[in-house]
Structure formats: structure tokens, C-alpha cells
Design a protein around this ligand. Structure first.
Ligand code: SAH
Length: 420
């Protein structure tokens, strides 16, 4: 979502202020740092980066801070770093061009409704468009700062989403990446109070767009993976067979304290169903180790789920206490030493699964959409199920979806030859 927010800001600043992007910081008239605040580390990094930019920037260049850290620190950022010109929260991106004009602007209303705002058009990839389908989050996971920085969940009207995708397809996009904090909760709440809709219905509507070949989405929530959605995921040929199923923890007591709304049994059942219904599917997940109070024994349930599901990809995190969250004040915060050990155990186990999965692609043929040419003459793209695949080839392949026979596999990518 941050990448898409950045694209929106580049577009707005280009349209209303005629700014262009530069690869050279010393040339910039404006420096915008778009921030995350899900874990503590990026927040600490912000202030060291700000100091660095302030030292090196061109005379008179402006500096702005945007995104989730802007939402939760607001005007304190300017107090701590007075050379910062403006602060714009994750839910106020449409205000960027006005904020640049007025020193000291702080726009951080987390319930600002941008669902019908038509952002100017810009995207980094020629063949893929990222499109927001909802803003905010209606969950209350006790570890997570997102509801406090992106506000209440509200869906973008279907016709606006369709129009944006159609426009991108006309400009060459073949793939759409639908974005939201809980994409499969789509349609519960629109700002014009129209009738509810569902994510499944949205997927069906989007797949009717002529010229659009692939649909991806992130992140769905395991709780909302009902049978109707799984059926659509399995049977709709335009939906790529890659799905993120964020586990967080395997133990029921920990899941309850995290307020995730599902049990280990439900999670395993959903993954089993997905694997049974969708051959070749790749399942990724997020895991938090050492949530407050998690015992060694409770952590075994996380390992048990990893062993059973054998995820193709895992984003692992040590629990990081965040302001405005209930878990911050829970007793029994876990020592870093223990967290590190648990994290390593997940990583080691996962490595063996990655190798196992990648090896089974050897000799198979995958449909790959090529999107980037490397200086060494290799060209790479993603398979339908989101493996990174490299071949030797020329720019003629860019933007095409072609069959590739896999000849070499390593832990994170594949190599192959185009099948003519
Ligand atoms: N709504 C998104 C969450 C975005 S944050 C989703 O459900 O996928 C991405 C991931 O960051 C979360 O899934 C979680 O694993 C991790 N995360 C969030 N808060 C965290 C915290 N306080 N400490 C460590 N990891 C956290």
C-alpha cells in the first residue's frame, strides 16, 4: 500500500505542481519520505534519515514526511526535526500538493475519506497496475498499529476500481494487484451507504475486463476465507494461484490474545482446502514470534502449523511493541534472546520447505509474464503462482506471457528456457 501511496503522490505532485522524480538526491527541490510504522525499526530510522537528508539537500529544498509514522507522530515530527516542512498521514495523500505549498502543514485525519478521490495517474510498472480497493482496517489485532494510522475500513466503490483498471489496461497493463488491509472483507462499508457487496463479487466483475489477464491481491484475512471465496479463487482462470494467508501465531490462546478471530483448526482447514482445490498454489504467510506471554510450549503450535502447511514463503517478525495498541501494555513481554531463537527456528524450518517446493518445479512448464531486463542479458518475470523466473532473452519478451521450461531451481528463484 505504501508503494501505491507513493505512486499517487508522484502523480499528484506532477499534475498539480509539475514536480518530476530524480535519481539524484542533491538535485531534488522536494524530498518526501513515505513511512511505515508497523514495527519500531522504521520509525527510529526516519529521524536518522531526516538528519542525513537535511545535511545533504540542495539549498532551499523542502522536506516532507508522509505515511503511517506521519499519522501517528503528527506535529511532533516537526518539533523534533524543525527543518521538516510538512507532515501528511497515510489517509491524507490527496492533500499532498497543498501541503507542499504551506510550511508547517500537518494533515493527519485518520478518517479522512479518500475513497472517491480520483488520483492523478502514475505507475512504475508498465505491465502491472496496483489498485486500492479499500482504505483502513476494521480489525482490532492487539499488536497492530494500522487501525490507528489508516483509520476505519471503508471500501472504494466498484465502478471506480473498474474504471481505474480499464484505464491501466488501455495503457498496457496485463495484471492488476488489488490492495487493502483486509481485501476479502471488501464491500462491508461504502461512504455513500450503498448496499453491501463482497470480494468474490468484485473479483467476478474485474475478471470481465477485456485485455486484463491476471488478478492478484493482498492481503486477505484467514477469517474471511469462506467457501464461496475459495471456490472463486480456485475456478477463476484470471486469478493467479498465489495466496497470502497471514497466520501470526499457531496457538489458540495466543491467537485469542492477538484478537485474530480464528483458531489453529480453522487456519489449517483453510490451507488444506486451498491445497486440495488448487494444484500448484503457492501459500505465503506472516508470522510474529514472541507475542507477550507466548510460552515455549505455545510457540510449538506455530512450528506445528509451519510443518503442516509448508508455506512457500514466510514473512517472519519478532513482536515489536507499538504505541496505541493493547499488547504494548500486556504483562510478560518476551526477552529478545528468546524471540531471536524462535525466529531462527522458523527460518531454518522454512528453508527446507522452500528447497523442497522449488525443486519440484524442475522440468515443468510455467506461464511467465516478463517485466524487466537485467544488464547481464537476463530477463525476468513472475509465474502465475508468483515464482521469480529468469531466462536469457531480449526485450521482445517484455510484457508478454509465455511458456517457460524450468531448468534450474534455487531457494528463491528459477531459471528456464522459453518454449517456442
Ligand atoms: N492487514 C495486514 C497487516 C499489515 S502489517 C494483514 O493482515 O496482512 C503486515 C504484517 O506485519 C502483519 O501481518 C504482522 O505479521 C506484522 N506486524 C504487525 N504489527 C506487528 C508488531 N507489532 N510486531 C511485529 N510484527 C507486526
Amino acid at each position: 500500500m505504501n508503494v501505491r501511496d507513493t505512486e499517487h503522490m508522484i502523480a499528484e505532485l506532477g499534475k498539480h505542481q509539475s514536480y518530476e522524480t530524480t535519481q539524484n538526491m542533491e538535485d531534488a527541490d522536494l524530498i518526501v519520505i513515505n513511512t511505515c510504522s508497523v514495527r519500531e525499526k522504521p520509525v527510529a530510522k526516519l529521524f536518522s534519515e531526516l538528519g542525513n537528508y537535511n545535511k545533504k539537500k540542495k539549498d532551499g529544498a523542502k522536506i516532507g514526511v508522509t505515511g503511517c509514522t506521519a499519522s501517528h507522530l503528527g506535529g511532533d515530527i516537526i518539533k523534533r526535526a524543525p527543518y521538516v516542512d510538512f507532515v501528511v498521514g497515510a489517509r491524507n495523500i490527496s492533500k499532498i500538493s497543498q501541503a507542499v505549498e504551506k510550511k508547517g502543514t500537518v494533515e493527519i485525519d485518520i478518517n479522512n475519506d479518500e475513497t472517491t478521490y480520483e488520483f492523478a495517474d502514475f505507475r512504475q510498472s508498465s505491465y502491472r497496475c496496483s489498485v486500492n480497493i479499500s482504505l483502513g482496517c476494521d480489525k482490532s489485532c492487539t499488536f497492530c498499529i494500522v487501525p490507528a494510522t489508516r483509520g476505519d475500513e471503508i471500501s472504494i466503490p466498484t465502478e471506480i476500481i473498474i474504471k481505474e483498471i480499464e484505464k491501466s489496461v488501455k495503457n498496457g497493463a496485463k495484471e492488476v494487484f488489488l490492495l487493502g488491509q483486509n481485501v476479502n472483507n471488501y464491500g462491508k462499508n461504502f461512504s455513500d451507504k450503498r448496499d453491501k457487496s463482497t470480494f468474490t463479487k468484485l473479483l467476478q466483475d474485474i475478471s470481465k475486463i477485456d485485455g486484463l489477464e491476471r488478478i492478484r491481491f493482498t492481503s486477505p484475512h484467514p477469517l474471511h476465507m469462506d467457501d464461496e471465496f475459495l471456490q472463486e479463487f480456485a475456478s477463476n482462470p484470471k486469478i493467479c494461484k498465489q495466496i497470502h494467508v497471514p497466520l501470526q501465531a499457531g496457538n489458540d490462546k495466543v491467537l485469542k490474545e492477538m484478537r485474530r478471530g480464528y483458531t489453529k483448526k480453522w487456519f489449517l482447514n483453510r490451507c488444506e482446502k486451498i491445497r486440495n482445490m488448487v494444484p500448484n498454489v503457492r501459500i505465503s504467510t506472516d508470522i510474529i514470534v514472541a507475542f507477550p506471554g507466548e510460552t515455549d510450549e505455545e510457540f510449538r503450535d506455530t512450528i506445528d502449523v509451519v510443518e503442516k502447511v509448508k508455506f512457500e514463503s514466510i514473512f517472519n517478525f519478532k513482536y515489536s511493541p507499538r504505541p496505541h495498541t493493547p499488547a504494548e501494555n500486556m504483562p510478560n513481554q518476551i526477552e529478545d534472546k528468546v524471540a531471536t531463537k524462535r525466529l531462527q527456528e522458523v527460518i531454518d524450518l522454512h528453508k527446507s520447505h522452500q528447497d523442497e517446493h522449488m525443486e519440484k518445479y524442475l522440468g515443468t512448464t510455467m506461464k511467465v509474464m516478463f517485466e524487466d531486463l537485467k544488464p547481464n542479458g537476463e530477463i525476468f518475470g513472475f509465474s502465475d503462482n508468483y515464482c521469480q523466473v529468469f531466462v536469457t532473452g531480449s526485450e521482445e519478451l517484455l510484457g508478454k506471457i509465455v511458456d517457460v521450461k524450468i531448468t534450474k531451481a534455487n531457494r528463491t528463484s528459477l531459471k528456464g528456457e522459453v518454449v517456442s
